[in-house]
Design a protein around this ligand. Structure first.
Ligand SMILES: *[C@@H]1O[C@H](CO)[C@@H](O)[C@H](O)[C@H]1NC(C)=O
Ligand SMILES: *[C@@H]1O[C@H](CO)[C@@H](O)[C@H](O)[C@H]1NC(C)=O
Ligand SMILES: [Cu+2]
Length: 702
């Protein structure tokens, strides 16, 4: 697992505290990381410690708002750290005040294991290649002993294995073979699974299946251009370039990490775990700055596999808590990951020794054309009376690689006040070797000769801290229901009545709800203390999300216990500091037993969530039954979650976006071509004519 990272300059520790950032939610700078790790090293002087994670401890909502809205002081810069001490089981964690360069809190935890960093994963392959028992297994699988350099492993978190529990820091190594450096290993899985102790750098066990399967003798299923040319003679030649240009530059402004775009204003943060974090999202409604969301992020994920055969049941990566959407984030490049005029943000972490690591261009910020925003034409004059307004969207994105899979995360803002979270799943299927005479079903699919891709789900937990029109928020579900009155009754004589049934959640227990397609269920976050002057309804943001499969692992299973957030589409809880990670703070090797994360936060089922400070958790995702089209590299599969303003504005808030074309009835009658030309129109032209066209009204002739 290689990645482009650069070690920041290793300046010696400054004795003065690093400069404070402009904004209290700004991620730790490399200078702050250096200061933090030096502070921790001197605190543990003489002991052999290594760093696991360091990150900003964000100020509480109260402290933040005192700074932001009440002219209060900048809250102290606090950063949390997780470290390991050689030979000492468990983890140590604590808090450093960067301003005073002092450790202000520490805690030792046993029977928990911290996140696996990319560094932890990278060390595993070499350990395996030289281990005699692994070599012996390779030989049994059909890989000659002199080909160990062609043996690879994807080190996975072990999930939870009852034989070792959480006492040792473990990885399970999913084994593969490449005949050549450039081969894709996933068409050549090996049938055994070594267990590696991450800290001791030792193979402690090898899981060997009862039925042995030899490594495939088929050609590797590769996907690079040279492979396609070798196979088909050429690449596809029919696509002409599409250029994205913004001749006048971008329409967003950034002040440090604070974004202003089309009436939206918010802070863009980034951390090792959640990756992108959006905070303090407000909307300037003609001079009235209205808060919408205090904070929003992906708080956890789970990718449970559906093959019950040992040891495949262990495959259920909680990628955010076990590897980190930040730690695994890709450095992005101009013109391929995002196209157009791009602004990037870098991400900073610490390596095991405490030195800062920088991922360049971790966050991509750009705008895209988004088709039509709205349109109307009048049929009376042959559609000459017409208004057409095109949409621009703002996209904040990152891409992270979880071993074989890629997750492309797009946080999208739209000019009508709505927001979207789009995720594209791509990369490579996790695969296992399939015997020549073996059927992959029902738990998987034969996607290539000797390749079994197991059924699995990709489930995400979106954590939203709403602050719609200020403090005191509630949540409700909305179901489309037919009138309760029977056909022929005075209240529903013709039987056509239907309405939206809104159920406001009073308690945590009431909020635990699931998607219901028969009623087109959606959810609202709203401010019950305010009213829309027209509709009389409280200003709200509606969550529209229908890619919400149920978790298919049984209740009581390890998978279901370790993802206590995944068994409901929506769960609403009271806000409290520290309620960030719904599978707990230290996820690897958690058995799923005991009270933590979402299980802890929902323990009081009676807790009030109506007209208070609430956290709204939304589980969404897909169930993936692999098919040959997903292999050897999967075309991106989209998932989309929409948040729309409802009863928040008095009219379509985007009416003041300059239209591409607008002609009133009077103008059409005069037949003066008074259309407002859009800025992009001059680049549009007819496909099969050389002359550029007059625009969108040429069909109207008097
Ligand atoms: C469009 O992009 C292509 C490929 O990047 C480039 O060669 C070409 O010059 C561009 N054309 C224009 C009109 O900018
Ligand atoms: C909440 O729901 C759980 C599980 O359905 C139940 O055990 C518990 O008694 C409920 N609590 C309250 C206060 O209703
Ligand atoms: Cu998948």
């Amino acid at each position: 697992m290689e990645r482009l990272s650069q070690i920041a300059s290793q300046a010696t520790a400054a004795s003065a505290a690093p400069a404070k950032p402009a904004h209290p939610l700004d991620p730790l700078s490399t200078a702050e990381i250096k200061c933090l790790t030096n502070t921790v090293k001197s605190y543990y002087a003489g002991r052999s410690i290594s760093f696991n994670t360091v990150t900003l401890r964000e100020p509480t909502k109260k402290a933040y708002l005192q700074w932001k809205e009440d002219g209060g002081k900048m809250p102290p810069r606090l950063a949390s750290f997780v470290i390991l001490e050689k030979g000492v089981p468990g983890v140590k964690e604590g808090l450093v005040d960067i301003g005073t360069q002092s450790v202000i809190e520490t805690r030792s935890l046993e029977q928990v294991q911290p996140i696996l960093t990319v560094e932890d994963l990278c060390s595993t392959e070499e350990i395996l290649r030289t281990h005699p028992d692994v070599i012996a297994q390779c030989v049994l699988s059909g890989v000659p002993a002199n080909e160990m350099h062609n043996v690879y492993c994807d080190p996975w978190t072990i999930g939870y294995d009852e034989r070792w529990g959480a006492g040792k820091r473990l990885q399970q190594a999913l084994m593969y073979y490449r005949s050549d450096d450039d081969d894709s290993q996933y068409s050549h899985p090996l049938d055994f699974c070594p267990i590696v102790d991450t800290e001791e750098k030792k193979v402690i066990f090898i899981d060997i299946p009862l039925r042995r399967r030899k490594v495939s003798k088929h050609k590797h299923a590769n996907f690079n251009p040279q492979d396609m040319i070798a196979k088909y003679g050429s690449m596809r030649t029919d696509a002409t370039p599409i250029n994205v240009t913004q001749p006048e530059g971008v329409s967003f402004k950034m002040d440090g990490n604070v974004m202003s775009w089309s009436n939206f204003n918010f802070h863009i943060g980034f951390n090792y775990r959640e990756g992108i974090v959006l905070s303090d999202i407000t909307y300037n409604d003609h001079g009235n700055v209205r808060p919408i969301f205090h904070r929003m992020s992906l708080s956890e994920m789970i990718v449970p596999y559906g093959c019950p055969d040992y040891p495949h049941q262990r495959k259920h990566a909680l990628d955010i808590g076990e590897y980190g959407a930040g730690l695994m984030t890709n450095p992005l490049s101009l013109g391929c990951d995002c196209k157009g005029v791009i602004h990037y943000l870098d991400a900073h972490f610490a390596d095991r020794s405490g030195e800062p690591i920088t991922i360049k261009h971790a966050v991509c910020i750009h705008e895209e054309d988004d088709g039509l925003l709205f349109k109307h034409s009048d049929f009376r004059d042959n559609f000459a009376t017409s208004i057409v307004t095109r949409a621009t969207k703002l996209v904040i994105s990152q891409i992270f690689t979880a071993a074989n899979y890629e997750y492309c995360i797009y946080w999208i803002f739209m000019q009508d006040g709505s927001m979207k979270l789009d995720i594209k799943l791509t990369g490579i299927l996790n695969t296992y070797v399939l015997g020549d005479d073996e059927d992959a079903g029902p738990w998987g699919t034969r996607v290539y000769p000797n390749v079994n891709a197991h059924n699995h789900q990709h489930m995400f937990s979106l954590r939203i801290h709403p602050r719609i029109d200020g403090d005191g928020n509630s949540a409700a579900m909305s179901d489309a229901k037919p009138s309760p009155f029977p056909l022929g009754s005075p209240e529903n004589m013709y039987g056509n009545g239907f309405y939206a049934e809104k159920t406001t959640f009073k308690t945590v227990n009431e909020s635990k709800t699931n998607y219901e397609s028969s009623t087109g269920r959606s959810w609202d976050m709203f401010n019950p203390n305010k009213k829309n002057a027209y509709s009389g309804k409280p200003p709200s943001y509606k969550l529209v999300s229908s890619q919400t499969p149920p978790l298919l692992a049984k209740e009581g299973s390890i998978v279901s216990k370790r993802a206590p957030w995944a068994s409901n589409t929506v769960t609403v809880i009271p806000y409290e500091e520290g309620r960030l990670y719904p599978s707990g703070d230290h996820v690897p090797q958690w058995s799923g037993d005991g009270v933590r994360g979402m299980r802890e936060w929902t323990a009081d089922g009676d807790a009030n969530i109506d007209n208070t400070d609430i956290l709204f958790f939304h589980t969404f995702g897909i169930t993936h039954f692999p098919a040959p089209e997903d292999f050897p590299l999967m075309p991106a599969e989209p998932i989309s979650v929409l948040l729309r303003p409802r009863h928040f504005f008095l009219e379509n808030p985007a009416l003041d976006v300059v239209p591409s074309h607008a002609m009133t009835t009077k103008q059409a009658k005069l037949a003066t071509n008074l259309e407002i030309k859009s800025k992009t129109d001059s680049t549009s032209r007819l496909a099969f004519e050389n002359t550029s066209s007059a625009g969108c009204c040429t069909r109207f002739t008097k």
